[in-house]
Design a protein around this ligand. Structure first.
Ligand SMILES: Cc1cc2nc3c(=O)[nH]c(=O)nc-3n(C[C@H](O)[C@H](O)[C@H](O)COP(=O)(O)OP(=O)(O)OC[C@H]3O[C@@H](n4cnc5c(N)ncnc54)[C@H](O)[C@@H]3O)c2cc1C
Length: 384
């Protein structure tokens, strides 16, 4: 269909991607009185690869959006166990700690709140491109164009839009921080205290396990694409030959019941630096920069970026600041809050890839109690 014949609809803001960043931004801007469209390629509720441990720092913001914590009775998590690939263990308090909830439930709750607040939600709809033309943004969907004053990209770690825009992290030669894969299961019958998150390391990877709602546990691991390739691209073979070398993972997989027939998996995960604005499209969440999952803080950052973006975008839509000021202010805020954490996350990721270094780090942390707390502080922020 040519753009001339496509159906055109006008909004103040169009947001591509309905994960945490997109949902939070859409609710905030709609509550502020703006006409908002949110486009998500899947239909809620749906599972996605994520460790499902949310840092406590985001609780007040989620409450302000309308998440009814008092009704949900979610497990509070304030202890950490880290095991080395060989199985030695260090335990530490987890400050500020967090809580567990599946993305299946959390994202659907937020999507309902968005609809109740007047967000026009396009589910099961893919954004093909977003372009700036003559002071307006155009968002191309299949057979339809959404026009708006402002466009926001919250399409996660890697999207067809990133490929279309040829963003540098797509086109550059892959380095050590690119090309990871991740796998997730929901489990029942896990021998792990409700208040504890376990981070079990294995060669070139780590596996997080923690409680979510309804007595279930989330097990989610990240490793290199090379590990999967060298196991004939079989997840089961890789788990048997590699992950199970860590006795804690071995015991977990033997004893717990996996409640899905197939695991959920993703590939081409990259932690390379990204820009926060592309051709006047403002980017938030993983689309603007992804912190390594072992920091357990990506969801908080995605939500926080949404909050920062709402503040600046509201000022722009009310005519109080120009588009240039909006982009400048947002980038400055984003860097102030997140740039240091992302850098720290990348450094820690290097350590945790190598079995010898991980073993060494676990040994040091076991002897010097302040080390784990120090690393947690480098990757977490204040309540917002
Ligand atoms: C293995 C792993 C474990 C993790 N564990 C944790 C953890 O325990 N705690 C934590 O805080 N963080 C964790 N994270 C990080 C966390 O999942 C992300 O940082 C967070 O989900 C980012 O939110 P987002 O809104 O930016 O992106 P997402 O939640 O990924 O949402 C992006 C959305 O955009 C949609 N989309 C993409 N392209 C298009 C398109 N063209 N059109 C329409 N829609 C589109 C997608 O379908 C998706 O719904 C983990 C990440 C990984 C990889």
């Amino acid at each position: 269909m040519s753009p001339a014949s496509a159906h055109i609809t006008d909004y103040d803001v169009v947001i591509a991607g309905g994960g945490l960043a997109g949902l939070a931004t859409s609710i905030g801007l709609s509550k502020a009185g703006h006409k908002v469209a949110l486009v998500e390629k899947y239909t809620y509720p749906f599972h996605r690869v994520c460790g499902e441990y949310i840092s406590e720092e985001s609780r007040p913001f989620l409450e302000s959006l309308g998440i009814p914590f008092h009704k949900l009775q979610l497990p509070r998590i304030n202890k950490l166990i880290v095991s080395s690939p060989g199985g030695s263990v260090v335990r530490s308090p987890l400050i500020p700690g967090g809580f567990g909830i599946s993305r299946f439930r959390l994202d659907a709750l937020l999507a309902n709140i968005a609809k109740e607040n007047g967000v026009h939600l396009f589910e099961g709809t893919k954004v093909i491109d977003m372009v700036y033309h003559d002071g307006k943004m155009k968002c191309f969907l299949q057979g339809r164009i959404l026009e708006s004053k402002l466009a926001i990209g919250c399409f996660g770690k890697r999207s067809n839009v990133d490929v279309k825009w040829k963003r540098p992290f797509i086109t550059h030669r892959p380095g050590k921080l690119d090309n990871y894969i991740a796998v997730k299961y929901h489990l029942r019958g896990v021998d792990l205290d409700e208040d504890t998150i376990a981070l079990h390391n294995f060669s070139n990877g780590y596996c997080g396990v923690s409680r979510i709602e309804d007595g279930l546990y989330c097990m989610c691991y990240l490793t290199t694409a090379g590990n999967l390739r060298s196991n004939d691209n079989s997840i089961l073979q890789m788990e048997n030959r590699l992950l199970r070398k860590n006795p804690h993972i071995d015991r977990l997989l033997d004893r717990a019941e996996i409640i899905w027939d197939e695991p959920l998996s993703i590939s081409q995960v990259s932690f390379s630096a990204k820009s926060q604005v592309h051709d006047h499209v403002l980017l938030a969440g993983d689309a603007a920069g992804m912190i390594t999952p072992l920091c357990g803080n990506g969801m908080s950052m995605a939500l926080h970026a949404g909050k920062l973006l709402c503040h600046e975008a509201d000022a722009f839509l009310r005519g109080e600041i120009s588009r240039d000021e909006l982009e400048h202010n947002y980038c400055r805020q984003w860097n102030r809050h997140f740039a240091k954490r992302l850098r720290a996350g990348r450094v820690i990721q290097y350590f945790f890839g190598d079995p010898k270094l991980t073993g060494l780090l676990v040994g040091i942390a076991a002897r010097i109690p302040g080390v784990t707390g120090f690393l947690i502080r480098q990757t977490h922020g204040e309540k917002y």
